[in-house]
Ligand binder design. Structure first.
Ligand code: LER
Length: 283
């Protein structure tokens, strides 16, 4: 049975210590197993304090890396790349402190940055990504953590949109330290057949985020949930399924994630209805 989680982004951004403690209590009471914690700015919340809060609430953690403009691992000045590597190493250290097995997100380019590439320029960009991600992956291996690289839909990046592109880009990096984050929202936009894409990712699947096709509650939507769950069972994925959606009440995150309308009556309802649906699928 996959542990079920939810991102604090459903309610708030950026996360802080008080919101984390409040959400941990509520999420645990509803029956979630995992709280997903984004590290937007180092220092927003205290990892040691979070670790204690989560243990007290009987939760485990997954950690998200965040790539706003200015965080880049390709096609950027050396100082930007070095600062981004430092940031990612910091997120790995945070993950180690809170006991997360992964750091997940688009660890290659800032969200919303798109540019055209010839096929050769694309291969060169993947080569540059491997070079610049490698030291981060080695830091992850030393910490016993995996970097879960998330392909995003074409409106949020032009570098990695599909699982096949992501597998190509990561080829040659050590599998024990880096894999693929499968986010059903992006897979639904970019993959011709989502269960087949999950099967092709196979043992390289490092983390999974879920939501409805509209980024609302899982289950109130048109995803092929039985097909998706069968594919996860086929590849032996026993990691967390974390609901990722975003509050529309916050300018920064609502704009970054294009949340222009409410996706549920309340954010609590989005999470709890999704949990009930996913529990039904996984038990
Ligand atoms: C981040 O996990 C993500 O899915 C992006 O679409 C946020 O804009």
């Amino acid at each position: 049975m996959n542990p079920l989680g939810v991102s604090t982004w459903v309610w708030t951004s950026p996360l802080d210590d008080d919101a984390l403690a409040d959400l941990a209590g509520r999420v645990s009471d509803w029956g979630f197993d995992v709280l997903e914690l984004p590290v937007e700015n180092p220092g927003d919340w205290d990892p040691a304090r979070a670790a204690k809060v989560l243990t007290d609430e009987g939760l485990t953690a997954t950690v998200c890396l965040v790539m706003p403009p200015g965080r880049e691992l390709v096609a950027a000045p050396p100082e930007t790349i070095r600062a981004t590597q430092d940031y990612l190493r910091h997120v790995i250290d945070v993950a180690q402190t809170v006991g997360s097995p992964v750091i997940g997100g688009p660890a290659y380019s800032s969200v919303g940055r798109t540019w055209r590439m010839t096929p050769q320029q694309r291969l060169d960009a993947y080569d540059e990504l491997r070079t610049n991600l490698a030291p981060v992956v080695h830091h992850a291996i030393e910490a016993g953590i995996k970097v879960a690289v998330e392909p995003l839909n074409r409106y949020e990046t032009s570098l990695l949109n599909t699982v096949d592109q992501t597998l190509t880009a990561l080829d040659g990096l050590p599998a024990e330290g880096v894999g693929v984050l499968l986010d059903l929202y992006h897979l639904n936009i970019e993959e011709r057949n989502v269960p087949d894409a999950i099967r092709r990712t196979g043992s390289r699947t490092a983390h999974v985020q879920v939501c409805g096709n509209d980024r609302g509650s899982p289950g109130l939507d048109h995803h092929d949930w039985p097909g998706v769950m069968a594919a996860f069972a086929d590849i032996g994925y026993d990691g967390a399924l974390c609901i990722e959606s975003f509050t529309g009440d916050n300018d920064a995150i609502a704009t970054a994630a294009s949340i222009w309308r409410p996706l549920a009556d309340t954010q609590d309802e989005l999470a709890t209805a999704g949990l009930t649906f996913l529990r039904g699928l996984t038990s």
